[in-house]
Design a binder for this molecule. Sequence first.
Ligand code: NAD
Ligand code: LMR
Length: 329
Amino acid sequence: MSKPAIRVAVTGAAGQIGYALLFRIASGEMLGKDQPVILQLLEIPDEKAQKALQGVIMELDDCAFPLLQEVTAHSDPMTAFKDVDIALLVGARPRGPGMERKDLLQANAQIFTVQGKALNAVASRNVKVLVVGNPANTNAYIAMKSAPDLPAKNFTAMLRLDHNRALTQLAQKSGTQVKDIEKLVVWGNHSPTMYPDIRFATVNGESLEKKINDDVWNKDTFIPTVGKRGAAIIEARGLSSAASAANAAIDHIHDWVLGTNGKWVTMGVPSDGSYGIPEGIIYGFPVTTENGEYKIVQGLEIDAFSRERMDKTLAELTEERDGVADLLK
Ligand code: NAD
Ligand code: LMR
């Protein structure tokens, strides 16, 4: 007998990331090849966006995915989020000409306040939320604060793209394979202040830091390359990353739901006070997952360089949080 379907909401479903994401969810790559899914897709009410969404749904239909039980299109989060088990909040306002980071924060704060309230009202009480739309950590914080009846720990932000980017940089530098690297961490904000930390990383069980043995490369090349990778892709493609972002979203939810078997992955999660990060701030931490729950890896030693980097990315997040405080009153 087949499993009951899982309801997955995706916002910004007619956008670039949506197009790279939906077909992989429907084919079973996110939740398993034996897990039926129902897709509840949200776009802005704008006629062009809704028409584009209909086109995407026509293509989903034309794939005849055996696991896809139903697809619905929505322009209202109150219907899109009804009973959803998983919500991928991808849609956000991109930065326009002359827009400062602060303006972007304000515009998106409104979107994520409305969506957080809608999740609070109609989603499954155990809904797992992943925020992809930028600024992802603060948008996740806003949605979490707007949904007081849902568990705060179920609101997460995507740092997995940064984690995956760092893995490949490390494999290429050390002449090893991504699959053999473990215990990488990316601390903090999904922004250039993030801190990819290789101090605990191993390759086939041996210290990767020792194998690479190049502190100058770590500080002057690796950390900035990972931090500025999003901008490098925009520069090269004329558009922001989409397939790799969708892939990271699939990885994040896959691992959260199905478990990491003791392996560390990076998730942006509300801090429980670990590592001196104030409670509630959505911060990239190393986690392991089991039975649909994540746990922050504990007991890691934080040296002076790491403390400085972790505090710098925290300061940015605190500033973003203070910038939207008015909207959350
Ligand atoms: P896009 O512009 O191609 O698509 C975004 C879609 O969202 C559009 O179709 C738009 O109509 C829709 N949208 C806007 N506001 C909405 C709302 N209130 N409700 C529902 N839909 C809404 O953008 P994209 O390339 O798909 O990127 C989406 C977001 O993801 C951007 O904010 C981007 O910066 C971010 N991003 C994050 C990461 C990460 O690692 N966290 C990586 C890449 C991109
Ligand atoms: C990315 O990391 O690729 C995106 O967040 C970049 C961006 O600014 O949209």
